[in-house]
Design a protein around this ligand. Structure first.
Ligand code: ZN
Length: 302
């Protein structure tokens, strides 16, 4: 039996939040449902941030009200920057959220305007007061930071994760926020985290800024990661990280993993069509996908 890899679509949050033009809730829902139809079972569908900070996400409640009751068996979750966001997500019916803290102190300050102590105190509050809510941690800038450069020592990461682990976090999402990682580094880091925290679930979130999205994702898969995050069409960027481009494209990644014999549960032909449609529909998006420009993929579609 082929090894199963969880493909976690984060385009509806990480992709949409970087669009300048507001994408209506109905359009968001249409794209999310096109992904569900392709076999996507894990998806970050929105975030509960202040609408002044990211106006694109002002419809979080509306989007969740349609999707959560309709797909109770899917792993649909939201990003929450703070306790208030976690409360709002719970009130909208979410059972799972991700909170985000940057390993880089300077990026954490730029992204959510907090010190590490302040961020961990907020995370503790979410865990203490939102009982029944599964909280995962996005570790932004795991592999390097736009202000501090690439990280070569895993010791600060391990100390950072221990802090979160001790609060009760059991899912770590290692984020290459601006695409600084290389495959050897990803392999080392994933192996170190799996060895240091054997009872946790480990995922990666890779940006394709320097063309290393797929190789870094593959390095993570081969090092034993449990899930890989990506966005349809490679839509993405980072509003608070200068120079960040799109994420690894879901359809490119699915093509690679399916071709290699991994079980993603996602139909490549269908997700290729969904990506091309999204690319045609969203004029102001930053796309880093390759297959959206390929005219004939018939050799890959059975
Ligand atoms: Zn990202």
């Amino acid at each position: 039996m082929n090894r199963k890899i969880d493909v976690i679509e984060v385009g509806p949050r990480d992709g949409f939040q970087n669009l300048k033009e507001y994408l209506p809730a109905e359009k968001k829902i249409e794209i999310i449902e096109s992904l569900i139809n392709c076999g996507v079972k894990h998806m970050q569908i929105t975030s509960f941030v202040h609408p002044k900070a990211i106006p694109q996400m002002k419809d979080a409640k509306e989007v969740s009200a349609v999707l959560l009751p309709k797909y109770p068996d899917l792993d649909l979750f939201a990003l929450v920057p703070n306790f208030r966001g976690a409360q709002n997500a719970m009130n909208c019916g979410f059972k799972k959220v991700t909170n985000v803290i940057s390993l880089s102190v300077s990026h954490n300050k730029a992204n959510i305007n907090r010190t590490h102590d302040e961020s961990f105190a907020e995370l503790a509050k979410i865990l203490d007061e939102c009982s029944g809510l599964e909280v995962c941690l996005d570790v932004a800038t795991t592999f390097g930071c736009p202000f501090e450069g690439k990280y070569y020592d895993t010791a600060p990461l391990m100390a950072f994760l221990k802090r979160a682990y001790d609060l009760g976090i059991r899912t770590f999402n290692l984020c290459d926020t601006v695409g600084l990682a290389d495959p050897a580094q990803v392999r080392n880091v994933v192996k170190a985290v799996k060895a240091g925290f054997p009872d946790t679930r480990v995922e990666v979130h890779i940006h394709d800024t320097r063309g290393m999205g797929l190789v870094n994702t593959l390095a993570a898969v081969e090092a034993g990661v449990d899930g890989v995050q990506s966005t349809l069409g490679g839509l993405g960027g980072c509003p608070f990280a200068p120079g960040a481009s799109g994420n690894t494209a879901t359809e490119d990644m699915v093509l690679m993993l399916n071709s290699m014999g991994y079980d993603t549960g996602i139909d490549f032909g269908m997700i290729w069509e969904a990506a091309k449609k999204e690319h045609a529909d969203i004029a102001d998006g930053v796309f880093s996908g390759h297959n959206i420009f390929v005219k004939d993929n018939s050799a890959f579609i059975k």
